[in-house]
Structure formats: structure tokens, C-alpha cells
Design a protein around this ligand. Structure first.
Ligand SMILES: Cc1cc2nc3c(=O)[nH]c(=O)nc-3n(C[C@H](O)[C@H](O)[C@H](O)COP(=O)(O)OP(=O)(O)OC[C@H]3O[C@@H](n4cnc5c(N)ncnc54)[C@H](O)[C@@H]3O)c2cc1C
Length: 405
């Protein structure tokens, strides 16, 4: 079977590695002149790490990133704990999340795919994937046509030209930047730390471990912002913003010292939505091309990795005609539940609402710290509230603990 993949991002590289490992002929196309990752930090949950291991990229990702034991968020006025999720009280690294810069994750996946014989065809801006007889071709924006292929996988992310998904823009986005982890901080390096001012501002410090091209451990800083304010960010005064951030959260001070211009913090906007049927004739959609949400629950990259695994398993187990439907069935409920949770949680942290953050601080936060909710929240964040692949024993906590091997 000849498979073409549009997009050499997280999902595209993962599915390319898994299919090449299974012996399929894979052609991977990306718009970039040279493969590169844009963006800042993200969290890979234990389920995503299990997929990276199957892609032979887990060891390099772990060597670059930083294991985190806890996510701790406080509201700034009284310092109350609003979010407190511990991955594993016994500190087992295999059950923890891994925070990592997108470039480091991309590098690990690219190297793994390369070792498996996958080469990225650069300068290939995919514009369409028309049927050609019983197969599909890929048409590039410069007029080049590639194929025919038995299957086209759309892994071209939120800006996909192939996906029919029209996602809803969310009212809040964020600015993100990468700075060296300062010696002078008291924030723990194995924790994702956040502060909230109502739902108006969400400020975060994410340890990143090593970042390609930078020396020493790094951190990602993020600050949520209304969509209309994001557009004005480049012309704002960085000093005034730094003062505002340090006033709300004085421990940010040593991290902010590195920020001199607004260009060091990149605006990112978010959308929400998912395809009810993430496939068509000889065409499969994975990752952000199939479903998008705010990064509130830290699941986007994991979702792309899980889609990649489901598709590669389905393609190895049955004929192509059934494989795409099987893959969609495997992922349906996990995607729906996390999309629903993301839609419910995001406005509590990023919206103009006065009621929702008050409800969060006075009712939901105390409840979330009461048994058995900490356990449930930890499973939610770890991406395992329900089985990630329906009907599959993998990848679960039991897998990581070696209990089902
Ligand atoms: C600021 C921010 C923070 C985030 N934080 C987290 C987090 O903490 N945890 C988490 O799990 N997720 C997080 N995410 C989400 C995560 O980054 C995405 O969900 C994930 O990267 C999706 O993977 P993908 O493979 O679908 O797309 P991408 O990784 O975006 O890859 C898409 C690829 O397709 C290429 N491409 C695009 N269009 C074309 C085209 N027409 N032709 C050819 N190539 C094309 C691009 O160049 C790119 O290489 C965050 C996202 C953002 C924006």
C-alpha cells in the first residue's frame, strides 16, 4: 500500500514512523522548505509518551524534556489552590507528564522517522487530494501533482486545506515565549505552575528541559489574552506588560527579566470543533485536522499521537475499506469526551465571565481537592479518563506499570 501524508508535524511524523515500522511505503509532504517546528512548550501525557515509545522517539523526547509530577494553579487575590493535580503520589516517572518544547519533540520524531527510512518532501504546500480513478493524488499549490496513492492522511493541522472542519474561534488566546530557567527562582522545576486572576488572566510557567539551539534548561511562559488584544500585542509596551504580570505574580519576576521586546512572546489563537466523520474515501484526518480545542487540558499533541497509533493499528489489522471506520470507532469517545471537557473547563479559566471564575474558586476548587476527585482529575489530565483507543488494552496506566504485558 502506498500512503501519502500531508503535514510533517506531530501527528504526521508519528503516523509515518508507525506505518514505516509496519512495512508500508510512506511519502511525507510538508509546506516548509526545511522541516521545523514552530511554537513553544507543550505537555505530553503518559498516553502520548507510550505512543512516542512505539515510534522509537520516546528516549530522545525524555532526554530533552522535563518530567513533571504536579500541575498547581492558584488564584492571585487570596492565593487559594484552584487546580492541584499530581500525576503519581509515589513519584514514578513513567506515570508523569513530560513538558517539552515543540522543536525538541519535533526533532525526536523526525530523527525516529528518518531512522525508519521516512524522508520528508519539503516545499510541498498541499492544496487538494483529488480522486484519480480508485486512488487519490496530492495536488500542491505550485501545480505539482504527486501520486497516485492508496491512502492520503491529512495531518496538516489547524490550517488544513483538505479538512472540511470549520472550527469555532475561541474568545481567548495566549502569548507564549521561551526563556532560560533562572537560578533565582523558587518555583519547582518538576511542576507546571499557573496563576489566575478571575478568568481574565491565566499566567503560566512550564519547565521545558533542553531546547534545540539554547544552552541550559529553559521555561515556557504563557499569558492568556482576549483574541482582539492579541492582534495589538506586537505594538504594545513590553515593560508595561512585565509590570502587570509581576504585580499579579511576583515569582514571575526572574523569568520576565529575559523579555525585552514583545517579539519574544508569540501570539497564538485557539479554535474548537471536531469532524463527526474523520475520514472519506481513501482519505483520513488525524490530529488538529480532525479536532481542535484550547490547550487548557494539555491534550492536543496527545490526541494527534493517539490518532496516529489508532490509524496504524487499524491499517495493519484489516482491509483499507474497513480500516478508516475502525480507526474512527477506536478514537470516537475519547475525542468526544475530551472535546466536551475542554469546552466545559476553558471558560472557567479564559473568558470574560465573572460568575464562572467565582464558581471555580468557591465551589469547584474545594470540591476538586476532595476524595475521589483528585484521582479522577489526575486520570483526566493524564489522558486516561476513558480508554484512549476503544477495545484496546493499550496504552493505559497498567501498560506503563507493566501489568498487562
Ligand atoms: C500555544 C499552544 C500550546 C499548546 N499546548 C499543548 C499542550 O500543552 N499539550 C498538547 O498536547 N497540545 C498542546 N497544543 C496543541 C498541539 O500543539 C497540537 O494539537 C498538535 O501539534 C497537533 O498536531 P498535528 O500533527 O495535528 O498538527 P501540527 O503539529 O500543527 O503539524 C501540522 C504540520 O502540517 C504542516 N502543514 C500545514 N498545512 C500544510 C499544507 N497545506 N501542506 C503541507 N503541509 C502543511 C505544518 O507545516 C506542520 O508541520 C498547543 C497548541 C498551541 C497553539
Amino acid at each position: 500500500m502506498r500512503v501519502a501524508i500531508a503535514g510533517a508535524g506531530i501527528g504526521g511524523l508519528a503516523v509515518a514512523a508507525l506505518l514505516a515500522k509496519a512495512g508500508l511505503e510512506v511519502a511525507l509532504y510538508d509546506q516548509f522548505d526545511a522541516p521545523r517546528a514552530v511554537g513553544s512548550g507543550l505537555v505530553i501525557q503518559p498516553v502520548g509518551l507510550a505512543v512516542l515509545d512505539l515510534c522509537d522517539a520516546g528516549a530522545e523526547a525524555r532526554a530533552m524534556g522535563q518530567h513533571i509530577a504536579r500541575m498547581l494553579g492558584r488564584e492571585v487575590t487570596r492565593g487559594r489552590r484552584v487546580l492541584d493535580v499530581s500525576y503519581d503520589r509515589e513519584g514514578r516517572k513513567e506515570l508523569q507528564g513530560l513538558t517539552i518544547h515543540r522543536a525538541a519533540l519535533h526533532g525526536a520524531l523526525l530523527a525516529a522517522a528518518g531512522r525508519l527510512g521516512v524522508a520528508v518532501v519539503p516545499s510541498s504546500l498541499v492544496a487538494a487530494a483529488p480522486m484519480a480513478g480508485a486512488k487519490r493524488k496530492l495536488q500542491m499549490a505550485d501545480g505539482r501533482v504527486e501520486g497516485p496513492f492508496d491512502l492520503v492522511i491529512d495531518a496538516s493541522g489547524a490550517g488544513s486545506a483538505l479538512s472540511p472542519l470549520r472550527a469555532r474561534p475561541l474568545p481567548y488566546g495566549a502569548i507564549w515565549g521561551t526563556v532560560p530557567w533562572p537560578d533565582a527562582t523558587t518555583l519547582p522545576a518538576d511542576q507546571l505552575s499557573q496563576r489566575y486572576f478571575k478568568a481574565r488572566h491565566m499566567i503560566g510557567v512550564m519547565p521545558l528541559g533542553q531546547v534545540p539551539g539554547r544552552i541550559g534548561p529553559q521555561a515556557a511562559l504563557f499569558w492568556s489574552m482576549r483574541r482582539d488584544e492579541l492582534a495589538q500585542w506586537p505594538s504594545r509596551d513590553a515593560t508595561e506588560w512585565k509590570q502587570q504580570a509581576a504585580t499579579l505574580w511576583p515569582e514571575m519576576h526572574p523569568f520576565l527579566a529575559e523579555i525585552v521586546t514583545t517579539a519574544q512572546m508569540t501570539p497564538a489563537s485557539y479554535t474548537h470543533g471536531n469532524l463527526r466523520r474523520p475520514y472519506a474515501d481513501r482519505l483520513a484526518f488525524i490530529g488538529d485536522a480532525a479536532h481542535r480545542a484550547s490547550p487548557q487540558l494539555g491534550q492536543g499533541a496527545n490526541m494527534a499521537l493517539l490518532d496516529a497509533l489508532a490509524l496504524s493499528l487499524a491499517l495493519q489489522r484489516g482491509p483499507l475499506e474497513q480500516a478508516l471506520a475502525t480507526c474512527a470507532r477506536m478514537r470516537r469517545w475519547h475525542v468526544r469526551i475530551y472535546q466536551g471537557m475542554s469546552a466545559a473547563f476553558t471558560p472557567q479559566y479564559q473568558s470574560d465571565s465573572r460568575v464562572l471564575p467565582a464558581l471555580r474558586d468557591w465551589a469547584l476548587a474545594p470540591l476538586s481537592l476532595t476524595w475521589p476527585l483528585p484521582r479522577i482529575l489526575s486520570r483526566l489530565v493524564a489522558g486516561e479518563l476513558i480508554p484512549p483507543l476503544a477495545g484496546e488494552a493499550f496504552p493505559t496506566r497498567a501498560f506503563h506499570l507493566g501489568l498487562n504485558t
